[in-house]
Design a protein around this ligand. Sequence first.
Ligand SMILES: [Zn+2]
Length: 496
Amino acid sequence: MKSLTLLNALYPKSCNCSKPNLVFLKVKNRPSMARCSNCHKQVSITANTPFQGYQSNLAYISYIIWDMVNQYPKVMTSKEISRKLNLSYRTSYYLKKRIQIIFSQLNDKLRKELFEELKNTENTDQKPIAVADSVVLFSASLKANKYRSRRYKTGTASIYLSNNLQGRQVGCLVHTIGINHGMTFYKSIPLNNQHYLENDLNEKIPKNVTLYTDEGYTFLWDRPNHKMVNHSKKSKDPRYNLSRDRWVTREGVSNNGAESRNNILKQSFRSYGYISPRWSQLYLNELSFLSNLKFKPELRNLLSLGDDAFVLEVNRSDAQENLTNNVEKYLYRPLSLEERNQESKSSLINKINFEKFQRLSKGLKDAITVNNQFWNQNYIENHKRRKESKYNLVARKLWVLLELKKWTSLDDLVKISGYSRLEVLFILKKWLTVGLINMSKTNERYMDTYKIYKKTNDLFYLLYSETKTQVKANWNNFNKKIFKNKSYRSNRKYGS
Ligand SMILES: [Zn+2]
């Protein structure tokens, strides 16, 4: 009975008469039928829901859902269902799948509602704060993966087996997006690149909302309230605003929220032992939905108590599918090795809209064009590809350490970034040449003190390598472009 109430609240059925009043029948062989007391038409409650064609006892549905809701964050495995209901593993497995589809559909609905809500929070006192982060589950173990093929961020485990094993995806890379003191959504993605992270953000968080991430999101430029937290380094010096504490003081938040979400995720998934990437999105939806329920008390009451005062209709087009088609929608399709290579190939091409490009200085436009031409070649030698990827990574890490329209000393940048002075200067040389920064040099007690001024927020992919013949000319050019004015020296705010 409770199961039918529940299904009918989520997937309402009607007899299409003037005074519909569905009464559940207790027909022995057709337990899912209801009849209208007014027109006497019979309607199946499970038809066009994820439970269409379901053969087992209907009572199991609400019973298991109740358990799942109440034992969160502990997850309910198929094995546990089979033990609880004394069912075969196979039956329990499909019962869980059907419930996962319902949860996925409801969670999609919550996501869309939240998006609309967030769009209209301009004038409220308590501004919502979004956090995003990614985490690896079931990483390809070192043992299976002697030659790590890919790394995510620094030192993060890979989800792919090495290339000579066809680089099959075995682990899951999960993008977590949450609202502080609010809902959380997880997305299974194949690569931690701009394309996937940005698409997921655009689907969940409107652009005006304050968003906290770590330093891996330098590509975001059209989100005015995006803040990056520097995880790895700490600085007590408030001048450069480089420590993670800086976010905490102003708005009472940091992206710790994302980290604690990832911890719940990791812990919950430990119960499963292993999940193939193919099914990952369904399992993530289940967990995300269960955690989001606490922000939807009416829905929680419906699912746990069978409280039918509340009706939340699942999108009709979603509902009217059989199990196979529904599962299909939430399956994760891993990328083939070729596709992955293709994606990593194109990842360092700058994608800028025309008007924005036109507004850049000539030096920068030329550098961007040269970079894009390089990455558009049909064949690029591997060592060149690797070198440029590495330089661009170092560049992005340094870039976020510099504060916009402020002077930062080279010594501080070296100390905080962990890169050597020469490595840092190598990147700065390029930036100065193309006009992304200004630099000044002061000679003090036989020591050269450099300062860097970040002129713009946008860092583009650039080619950093230089041929032997270019090295000297480039340094000369660099030295020419450095300010050596004395006035700056007297304006210094901070002694060293
Ligand atoms: Zn009727």
